[in-house]
Ligand binder design. Sequence first.
Ligand SMILES: Cc1cc2nc3c(=O)[nH]c(=O)nc-3n(C[C@H](O)[C@H](O)[C@H](O)COP(=O)(O)OP(=O)(O)OC[C@H]3O[C@@H](n4cnc5c(N)ncnc54)[C@H](O)[C@@H]3O)c2cc1C
Length: 438
Amino acid sequence: MRRRRTRTWVNWSGTVRCEPAYCARPVTVEEIQSEVVRVAEEGERLRVIGGGHSFAPLCWTDDNHLSLERFTGIESADLERRRVWVRAGTRLQRLCEALADRGLALENAPDFDQQTLGGALATGTHGSGAAFGNLGSLVTGLRLVCADGSLHSLSAEQDPDLFRAAVVSLGAMGVVTHVELQCVDDYRLELRTQAATLGETLTRIDSFRRDHRNSEFFWFPYTDSVVLRTADVTREQPTRLSPLQRAARRTTDRIVFRGMAEAARRTPHMAEQFGRLATRMVSGRRDVLSARTAYALQRRLRFQQLEFALPVTRLDPVLRSLDRIIKALAFRIHFPIEVRFVAGDDNWLSPHYGRDSACISVPAYPDISYEAYFAPIAELMERNDGRPHWAMLHDLKAEQLRALYPRFDDFRAQRRRCDPRGLFLNPHLAAIFGEDLR
Ligand SMILES: Cc1cc2nc3c(=O)[nH]c(=O)nc-3n(C[C@H](O)[C@H](O)[C@H](O)COP(=O)(O)OP(=O)(O)OC[C@H]3O[C@@H](n4cnc5c(N)ncnc54)[C@H](O)[C@@H]3O)c2cc1C
C-alpha cells in the first residue's frame, strides 16, 4: 500500500487546509482494514478523503488521511435487478460512464460529477426532482470498515440500524468500501430553460415541482427574474451541436456566470440589470442529452457555498425574507441562488430525512466576505427548520442538530458502536456530534 508523508492538503474551494502526517492509498479491503488498525494502535485519528469538494472542514486532520483514489470501479453488476456493487472511491463521472456501458443509469444525479461515490453519499449529495431522494436513497447495500478494522455488510435487512446510520455518515462511522446501488435502464432527457418571475414561480410551485421529472430554478437577486430548468424523459436522439454552437454556448455560460458576476462586482449599482440580462441569455434553450451527460454543469470558477434543506411549505416566506436580507447588505452580491427539490428518505442523518425538501443554495463570489453574507442567511434558515447540507458551510452544533434530526441520538449510538474512541473524528465533527476530543 502507498502511504506517504503528505504536503498541505487543500479542499476545492480553498477554505480548508491541513498538513496530515500520512496519506494512505490502499488498493484492497485488507489494506484499508490494516491502515485503520495501525492508526488505532498508534492512538491517532484518521479522516477518509474523497475528491475534497466539501466546503466544510469534514476532511481536516493533522494526523492521517486515507484516500480511495486507487480503489475504484464497478465490482459486479446484476443486470436483471439493475443493481451494481461499486468501490467507494469511484468518481461519479466514471460511475455514470461505466453504468451507460452496461445500459444502466442513476435515476437522478447532482449537478457536478467529480465527487467520489463515498464522499457524495457521506454528505447527502442530491440532484433535483420532487420524486427523487438524494443519492443515499439509491443505496441497497454497504460495506463498512469500523475503527477496530472489522468489515460489516449492511442493508435494510442486515443490521438495519447501522445501515440507516452509515449511508449518510459524514465519514464519521468508518470507511465505506463498497456501495450497492439500485439503478434504472439508461434514458435520455429533454432539458429546457425558460425565463419566469419569482412571484409566478412561487405561486405555482406545486405544479412546477410535479409537472416535470426534474425541476429547479435560479433566482437572480435584486430582480424578480428566475430561470427555470426542467428535464423530462424522451425517446428523441441527443442534440448534436456543431463545434461552433458548442463554443457559443460555453461563451454565453462564461459571460452569464463569470463575466456578469465580475462586472457586477466592479459596478455594483448595475447588479440588477446584469441579473435580468443573464436570465434572458440562458433562457429558451432546449437540448436532448443522455442521462450520463444531462446533469453535470461545468464549474470553472471557485466559490463558497451555503445550503439548507427546508420543508417545501417554507420556501415562499424564506425566499421573500432572503430578498430583504440581500437588499439590506452593505455590499452587493453577484451570484444567482439555486432552488432544488428532493424527496424525503429514511437515512437518519440525511438532510431530507422524513420530509420532502426545497433546498436553497447560496453561493458567494470569491472576493466577497462570505461570512458576513452567510451569517444572516444561516439564521433565517435555522429559524425555518432548515437542515444544513453537510458539505456546505454552517456552524450548527449537536444541541441544534438534535432538534432538527429525530434520530440524531440513535445515530450517535451507532457511531460510538463503530468508533468508541473517536478515531474518525476531527474538531468539526466532534462539535456536530457533541463528543469530546481527548
Ligand atoms: C462545484 C461543486 C458542485 C457541487 N454540486 C453539488 C450538487 O449538485 N448537489 C449536492 O448535494 N452537493 C453538491 N456539491 C457538494 C459535494 O457533492 C460534496 O461536497 C461531496 O461530499 C463531495 O464529494 P468528495 O468525493 O469530494 O468528498 P470529500 O469532500 O472529500 O469528503 C466528504 C465527506 O465524505 C467522507 N468520505 C469520503 N469517502 C468516504 C468513504 N469511502 N467512506 C466514508 N466516508 C467517506 C469524508 O470523510 C468527508 O466527511 C458540490 C460541490 C462542489 C464543489
